[in-house]
Design a protein around this ligand. Structure first.
Ligand SMILES: Nc1nc2c(c(=O)[nH]1)N[C@H]1C(S)=C(S)[C@@H](COP(=O)(O)OP(=O)(O)OC[C@H]3O[C@@H](n4cnc5c(=O)[nH]c(N)nc54)[C@H](O)[C@@H]3O)O[C@H]1N2
Ligand SMILES: Nc1nc2c(c(=O)[nH]1)N[C@H]1C(S)=C(S)[C@@H](COP(=O)(O)OP(=O)(O)OC[C@H]3O[C@@H](n4cnc5c(=O)[nH]c(N)nc54)[C@H](O)[C@@H]3O)O[C@H]1N2
Ligand code: SF4
Ligand SMILES: [Mo]
Length: 729
């Protein structure tokens, strides 16, 4: 067993004096800004996962600004605050600079020392080979997030590993996509196929768009408001979109499924559903009708706190605008453990309104048909991500990150090695810290590829510094969208320090593992140029324009009179799911009452703030200036009962005895008295993140009551309760 200590990142070498990072814009060396030679280089943004395209402008080679690309329909030529602050990531003085290797010092304490790339890569491939010989190549898994990960998934597949997982599934949109796949045979994609630009009625269930800043989505919602579309927001908190909505339904936390069933009840009871669409495309209507009969608005009122008349009025509003009515599927959908079923209910409601495949509802996405660079086929792995959870979670069609960590613990563990790319697991997977520590003790190799000294690096044997998105080529952006388009990410600057692009790291590892035939390029630009030439463009052209739009080849909506084949077993929309029934799950969503907070405790509610993406931008100097810390939203009734002042610092404690960092109170009517709210991504413990270290509180460490979705393994995060601890008390 390799007992590994968690390496406190303060012990990293080269810490140096705490310099305050310069703000970039306008701080370059020019005596007269504006007098130099201006050039621009295309990129697409990596500050979040929306991938807006833009240009980076330089003056005499010095960074100047990032601006949207007017040809980009993803972003309509506009970047959000985080996107324009991308240079702050590039210039961050706390970036990882050199490969680091775990060593045990003379005093017996473990620490990192700097290593050359050759030494670090040889060390990794040496261990990978011994794991492959002793156990099999399939026993090396990868946990990843972010676009650049594709270089490493290629490496893993070439090596014979089939186990990869990203938090985007079991910590984010997995339940939603599984629920929609079970119903319509397809998920939602990213960007989501929501046709808000044409919707006449939009229902947001906990989607706090406006705080959740996915660029194109915010713009289409704003346009819907301009067109006077009816917006109905269901949120226990008076969120930004709630404030602009015609109806705000301040629902009791965790009871959304009851409301969704009551809406179905009203649509069917009053004959307001799209009878023709349902007859033509769906199966199981009679069973659904019988199922929802007992969910009357009067009964559901007692669960949700939403008045029966308001439930009826909003259902009628939805029907009046259908099929241009969108019940938004949400994105971060791991809430209470019944999340696939809640997402199924959202899918079914969309089906009753006839909005899937219809203008103003959910459109049909289209990508560019971009040929893959010709390479030999991958070997078939001996096992894949399902080995991590076995027969549990039968509908997990992608890797379950938490299950992979659990399957890395102990001498008999399935996994023997782990590569972590671009995901800060201790803050990302709720309640995972004890398992992460235990996995570290068992695994023979832990490699972390990151740009920053995030908490996860403290668990590694080897830390590899990747350069930022502004210093590298990645694959072309080719997302399913309203309009097919390609976008280019290319190096604007040379990689700083000794950081390297992901494609280079993957190729170097591949060559050392004898996988040369999977990495025949010298530079990744060769791959992009080859692909672009297959679709009538070239790297040279894209380096000038950044984005190329292509015409659609298929209609965006169903065509009247033409039959539709859904990718479900029945070929129809499945209101009743035989697939779920066969696995012992409810074939139609059932409501169960959520756990209530114990006396003196509150629901721990959390979400996004516009200025940051999780914890990955909080150390960015430009964004830190805008929003240095998160705050704790507390209802005035709670504040006065506990004598808490607006602006004072408190801590939160959970029933398992975890106590948070300090967090500043914001007393506001916008939160219910049974809940408190904070933005996720703060309370970093890594001292090497010098700006953001110890600032604000971390929601994830308080999440020890994880509600696992038995259908697909998602980690429900909303069943956690906290009490407020005053510093002065
Ligand atoms: N408690 C709690 N947990 C959550 C959520 C929540 O709201 N609350 N939200 C969930 C959701 S919706 C999601 S999608 C996930 C997100 O989970 P993650 O994607 O893990 O999010 P971050 O914490 O921002 O971690 C990103 C990591 O990638 C690194 N990184 C940034 N850029 C690069 C790069 O170019 N290359 C490499 N190699 N690394 C890079 C950062 O330094 C950081 O370590 O979290 C989930 N977990
Ligand atoms: N600025 C910014 N934007 C982002 C991100 C970011 O990090 N920063 N991350 C992106 C990612 S990966 C994701 S997944 C999305 C997530 O964004 P969304 O999918 O929109 O949001 P959630 O985090 O699920 O939901 C947060 C909202 O749910 C409400 N809520 C809490 N409990 C309940 C409940 O029981 N019922 C109902 N109806 N509502 C409830 C909260 O009050 C809050 O308003 O945001 C994306 N956009
Ligand atoms: S929404 Fe903002 S942060 Fe996300 S990709 Fe677009 S510009 Fe970048
Ligand atoms: Mo997410």
């Amino acid at each position: 067993m390799n007992r590994r200590e968690f390496i406190k990142l303060s012990s990293l070498l080269g810490a140096g004096a705490a310099v305050s990072p310069l703000l970039l814009t306008g701080c370059s060396a020019h005596p007269l800004p504006g007098s130099g030679q201006v050039s621009r280089t295309p990129t697409f943004c990596d500050m979040c996962f929306w991938k807006c395209a833009g240009f980076v402008y330089r003056e005499d080679g010095e960074p100047w600004k990032i601006h949207g690309n007017d040809n980009d329909l993803h972003s309509e030529g506009r970047l959000c605050t985080r996107g324009t602050a991308g240079l702050g990531n590039y210039e961050d003085p706390d970036r990882l600079q050199k490969p680091l290797l775990r060593v045990t010092g003379a005093d017996g304490r473990q620490t990192f020392r700097e290593a050359s790339w050759d030494e670090a890569l040889d060390f990794i491939t040496g261990r990978m080979k011994s794991i492959a010989e002793n156990h099999g190549a399939d026993r090396f898994a990868m946990l990843n997030h972010g676009y650049g990960a594709h270089h490493f998934s290629h490496l893993m597949r070439a090596w014979g590993s089939g186990s990869r997982a990203e938090p985007a599934f079991a910590q984010c949109r997995g339940p939603r996509d599984v629920g929609f796949k079970l119903t319509f045979g397809e998920g939602l994609g990213s960007p989501e196929r929501t046709d808000m630009e044409h919707s006449r009625c939009i229902v947001l269930i906990g989607s706090h768009i406006g705080e959740n800043l996915h660029n194109g989505q915010v713009q289409t919602l704003a346009n819907a408001w301009r067109r006077n579309a009816t917006v109905i927001t269901v949120d226990p908190r008076f969120s930004v979109p709630a404030g602009k909505s015609k109806y705000w339904l301040p629902i009791k936390p965790g009871t959304d499924l009851a409301l969704l069933l009551a809406w179905m009840h009203v649509l069917i009871d009053e004959g307001l559903y799209d009878r023709d669409y349902v007859q033509r495309h769906a199966t199981g209507f009679e069973q659904l009708k019988e199922h929802v009969a007992r969910y009357s608005p009067e009964w559901v009122y007692l669960e949700t706190g939403i008045q029966p008349e308001l439930i009826r009025t909003t259902a009628r509003e939805m029907a009046a605008s259908a099929p241009a009515t969108l019940i938004h599927p949400g994105r971060h959908t791991v809430w209470y453990g019944d999340d696939t079923q809640r997402s199924r209910a959202i899918a079914i409601l969309n089906a009753l309104l006839g909005s899937w495949g219809r203008k103003g509802g959910l459109y049909i996405q289209e990508k560019v048909r971009l040929p893959k660079f010709p390479l030999p086929a991958y070997p078939k792995p001996k096992s894949d991500f399902r080995a991590a959870h076995g027969a549990r979670y039968p509908f997990a069609y992608k890797g379950v990150s938490n299950a992979i960590i659990e399957a890395s613990i102990g001498e008999d563990a399935h996994y023997k090695g782990l590569l972590v790319y671009g995901t800060n697991l201790p803050m990302t997977i709720p309640g995972i810290r004890p398992q992460l520590k235990a996995a570290m003790d068992s695994l023979e190799l832990v490699v972390v590829v990151d740009t920053m000294p995030s908490e996860i690096t403290g668990y590694a044997d080897v830390v590899l510094p990747e350069c930022t998105y502004l210093e590298r080529y990645d694959n072309l952006r080719n997302s399913g969208e309203r309009h097919p388009s390609l976008a280019l990410r290319m190096p604007v600057f040379e990689p700083r320090h000794e950081s390297k692009p992901g494609w280079w790291i993957a190729r170097e590892l591949g060559h050392r593992l004898g996988l040369q035939k999977y990495f025949p390029w010298k530079d990744y630009s060769e791959v992009l140029d080859w692909q672009l030439k297959q679709v009538g463009s070239s790297l040279q052209e894209m380096q000038k324009i950044g984005v190329k739009n292509f015409p659609r080849t298929r209609p965006r909506y169903f065509v009247d009179g033409q039959p539709v084949q859904f990718r479900t077993p029945s070929g129809r929309i499945e209101l009743y799911s035989q697939q779920l029934a066969d696995q012992g799950f409810d074939p139609m969503p059932e409501y169960t009452r959520p756990q209530q907070p114990p006396q003196g405790y509150y629901h721990l509610n959390y979400g996004r703030m516009p200025a940051h993406t999780f914890g990955k931008t909080t150390n960015n100097a430009l964004l830190f200036q805008l929003a240095p810390e998160n705050t704790l939203w507390v209802n005035p009734l709670v504040a006065s009962a506990q004598g808490i002042e607006n602006g004072e610092y408190v801590r939160l404690a959970n029933p398992d005895g975890i106590i948070s960092n300090r967090i500043r109170v914001r007393v506001t009517e916008r939160i219910r008295p049974d809940s408190v709210f904070m933005a996720h991504g703060f309370g970093h413990r890594s001292r090497r993140l010098r700006l953001t270290h110890d600032v604000g509180a971390d929601d994830s460490e308080l999440m020890t009551n994880v509600k696992v979705d038995p259908i697909m393994g998602g980690t429900g995060m909303r069943g956690n309760f906290v009490t407020i601890v005053r510093e002065t008390a």
